[in-house]
Design a protein around this ligand. Structure first.
Ligand SMILES: NC(=O)c1ccc[n+]([C@@H]2O[C@H](COP(=O)([O-])OP(=O)(O)OC[C@H]3O[C@@H](n4cnc5c(N)ncnc54)[C@H](OP(=O)(O)O)[C@@H]3O)[C@@H](O)[C@H]2O)c1
Length: 202
């Protein structure tokens, strides 16, 4: 199959691109730094990108910014970025891109386990992740010809935990999380939330 992977250069996106390629699938990687570029916070960028893109079997959105901040320190600018990037970026990527997905294909969004198990200073991220899941449940009712929309909620991945200076041993690697994305594309049921094995909410 051929897939569009928005965020293919990111920590999780790189591992997903590598797994899909190993499995013989063709990956079109896109982000603000690719050529052609795709900035999903900008509707004209989405229009221009999709216009030149062939039909695909799946679109995976694995990127977007969301602010980690205490409520006391949260700025209006951080709120704005969170809403326009991780939330509306993925929603607009689906709205505009679903016509490019072949029948029975899938659109995979990315939330995160903080929707279910937030930590202090993650209220904005928890809100976006939970909001995206609600969107997926509703949007699923309007998917046609067997097309599916699903959301993967990754836990913190080991590479990111290491970057934060945390003990990474309890977290799955990006390569492990990538297998969940492949499963989401191949078997994900329309309108559902998908968790990494061993990292579903209690
Ligand atoms: N890493 C984790 O532990 C973890 C855990 C749970 C959930 N998540 C979620 O998983 C997603 C990916 O996380 P990550 O850690 O892999 O992120 P990352 O390493 O920061 O990479 C983000 C990717 O998204 C692209 N991107 C960012 N803004 C974009 C935009 N406006 N338009 C198009 N592409 C854009 C980036 O490329 P450019 O800079 O070139 O645009 C990059 O390829 C995020 O939504 C994150 O919240 C991550």
């Amino acid at each position: 199959m051929n897939v569009l992977l928005i965020g293919a250069s990111g920590t999780i996106g790189k591992a997903v691109a590598s797994l899909f390629t190993q499995q013989g699938h063709q990956v079109i990687g896109a982000s603000r730094s690719t050529q052609p570029s795709l900035d999903f916070t900008d509707q004209s960028s989405l229009d221009a990108f999709y216009e030149q893109m062939p039909e695909v079997d799946a679109i995976l959105a694995i990127g977007g910014e969301a602010a980690f901040s205490s409520l006391d320190q949260l700025t209006n600018a951080q709120i704005e970025v969170t809403l326009s990037s991780k939330l509306m970026g993925q929603i607009n990527a689906l709205r505009k891109g679903k016509v490019k997905i072949r029948p029975n294909g899938a659109f995979v969004m990315t939330g995160g386990i903080l929707a279910y198990a937030p930590w202090p200073n993650t209220a904005m991220v928890a809100m976006v992740n939970a909001g995206l899941e609600g969107f997926v449940r509703g949007a699923a009712l309007e998917m046609t010809e067997g097309r599916r929309v699903v959301i993967v909620h990754p836990p913190l991945v080991a590479e990111t935990a290491t970057m934060f200076g945390m003990d990474a041993t309890q977290f799955p690697t990006a390569a492990t999380v990538a297998r969940t994305y492949l499963d989401a594309v191949e078997n994900g049921q329309n309108g559902t939330a998908i968790f990494v094995d061993g990292h579903a909410p209690a």
